[in-house]
Design a protein around this ligand. Structure first.
Ligand code: ADP
Length: 510
């Protein structure tokens, strides 16, 4: 919003140009009146009148008066008898002169007033556009900081001044957003605090602490002032005009409203996050307790039967073995679950911290199968793997956890007696491990989602589980630089695969 002042360079030049143009126009009228000298003076005066009207409309008051005066003189000199003198033979010619002068004055006055009105309208229009653009931007901004930065940026653009927004925090006003390279001096802080306390404009171009180089307006909401908005001086030192102050008050109102909206939104979000966290925690606790209770109940049952057997009715060796196996299998399930829960909290902090060592995947698979033997007793497990598996740098404990999670799912989601196929293959860059079953399969739309924490597909609902195993497996595999994915199998069942890069193992093995 630039406004020229009467004293500024280009403005002064423009005025001189208007005077010069006025003189040239009168010269043109005189020239035309000489060319058309056979016309009557009453007609020739029209040339001068046209020039006076033009000057009145476009050149401003001063040049118009000059044009009117020169027109009267030249008309008198060139066309009124006695010619080539400034004397007047007939008094009625004086009326013509008066007419010329009056037309000039009236038209120039109305034109000047019209121009002033147009200029004021343009300023108002610019202010409205500025407010409109700010409110448009503010409706798009999401958080408090974006809102404040947007206000400061708009002030910089529209007022060509630096700005600062100070918001009230626990101990007083603090800078929340500021134009680049702005510094607030002691006196500016005083003015800002005064504006905040008294809820009135202070600082530069006011009667309160006018030594401050900033003009401060309070940011007031229905809950009271939230802070203050300060605007610096223009580089040429020009004071804020009345219109600019009004526009700034509009900016401050909009800013205050948006600040309040953002704060309320933040509060609502916090409340929602808290509520969600609490809901999640209680859901998690519920399903964990449920998951823990089942194996614990089986273990307790098996152990109590065994102890009763020791005291009262002896049971045969086969049944005793079965009871011990049940207790062991359930203890392993507990182990897996607790391992997953512990890994979940570790993963919460970012990625796993791996404790890598050079591993033979065949040995690792052996560990998994022996730990899983009891749970897998109702499912034949087939393993196919190449003869010369390379050594890999792995975190053995975590990788066992991955394989056990996949095996546990394969057993859990497929009917008894259905075989489980473990295949290990090697590509140029990766070792690929696949666990295939002939179970319930995974709905196509869930193939990626099942790796999200706590996500369980609808088909899994009749089975126990908390939706943690695959997300942990994903975290572990990715921490090793690998990838994990799920596919469905024909005619039924699913294949869970993961790849591990060979490069890390080779480098270390070399
Ligand atoms: P949980 O098995 O405890 O629900 P997981 O994270 O191990 O949790 O698995 C997430 C979901 O992926 C399961 O709820 C299930 O819907 C699906 N899923 C995983 N493995 C299989 C599988 N072998 N067959 C069918 N669905 C599976």
């Amino acid at each position: 919003m630039r406004q020229g002042s009467a004293g500024s360079g280009p403005w002064r030049l423009r005025r001189w140009f208007d005077y010069l143009l006025g003189v040239l126009l009168v010269a043109l009228a005189a020239a035309l009146s000489i060319v058309f000298h056979w016309l009557k003076p009453a007609n020739l005066v029209m040339f001068y009148l046209a020039v006076v009207v033009y000057a009145g409309l476009f050149l401003g008051r001063g040049p118009t008066l000059l044009v009117s005066l020169l027109s009267v003189l030249l008309f008198d000199f060139l066309q009124v008898d006695p010619r080539l003198t400034l004397t007047v033979a007939y008094p009625e010619d004086l009326l013509t002169f008066l007419g010329l002068g009056l037309v000039g004055v009236i038209i120039s006055n109305s034109a000047v007033r019209l121009r002033e009105q147009v200029a004021a309208m343009r300023v108002r229009e610019a202010h409205l556009a500025a407010l409109n653009s700010l409110s448009h931007d503010l409706t798009g901004t999401l958080n408090l900081q974006e809102t404040l930065d947007s206000v400061v940026w708009h002030i910089g653009e529209i007022f060509e001044r630096k700005a600062a927004i100070l918001l009230y925090e626990k101990q007083g006003l603090k800078i929340a957003a500021v134009s680049p390279e702005s510094v607030l001096r002691e006196v500016d802080w005083q003015a800002a605090n005064q504006a905040y306390q008294d809820i009135v404009p202070t600082g530069n171009s006011t009667a309160t602490i006018s030594e401050s180089s900033l003009y401060f307006v309070p940011l007031e909401t229905f809950r009271g002032p939230e802070g203050v908005l300060g605007i610096g001086q223009r580089i040429n030192g020009a004071a804020l005009t009345f219109d600019e102050k009004r526009l700034l008050a509009g900016f401050a109102n909009l800013a205050a409203l948006s600040i309040e909206r953002s704060r309320l939104e933040d509060q609502a979000n916090q409340a929602k996050i808290l509520e969600n966290t609490e809901r999640l925690q209680s859901a998690l606790l519920n399903s964990i307790s449920h998951e823990l209770r089942t194996p614990l109940a089986s273990i307790t049952g098996a152990l109590s039967s065994l102890s009763e057997d020791a005291i009262h009715a002896p049971i045969n060796r086969q049944s005793r073995l079965e009871l011990v196996e049940t207790a062991y299998g359930e203890a392993q399930r507990l182990n897996l679950l607790v391992g997953n829960l512990l890994d979940m909290t570790r993963l919460e902090g970012g990625v796993f911290r791996l404790s890598l060592s050079l591993c033979d995947f065949q040995d690792l698979l052996g560990v998994c199968l022996s730990r899983f033997a009891v749970q897998a007793k109702d499912h034949p497990i087939n393993v196919s793997l190449p003869d010369d598996l390379p050594m890999l740098m792995l975190d053995e404990r975590l990788m066992v956890q991955v394989v056990l999670n996949l095996l546990d799912n394969a057993v859990k989601y497929s009917p008894e007696k259905e075989p489980i196929q473990i295949s290990i293959t090697q590509t140029d860059q990766d070792l690929v491990v696949q666990v295939a079953d002939s179970g319930v399969g995974i709905p196509a739309m869930d193939l990626e989602r099942i790796f999200n924490r706590f996500y369980r597909s609808e088909r899994a609902h009749p089975y126990q589980g908390i939706g943690l195993g695959l997300s942990i497996a994903k975290g572990i595999v990715e921490a090793h630089g690998g990838r994990i994915w799920a596919e469905n199998r024909k005619p039924k069942g699913s294949v869970l695969s993961f790849s591990l890069p060979l490069s890390s193992g080779r480098k270390t093995a070399d």
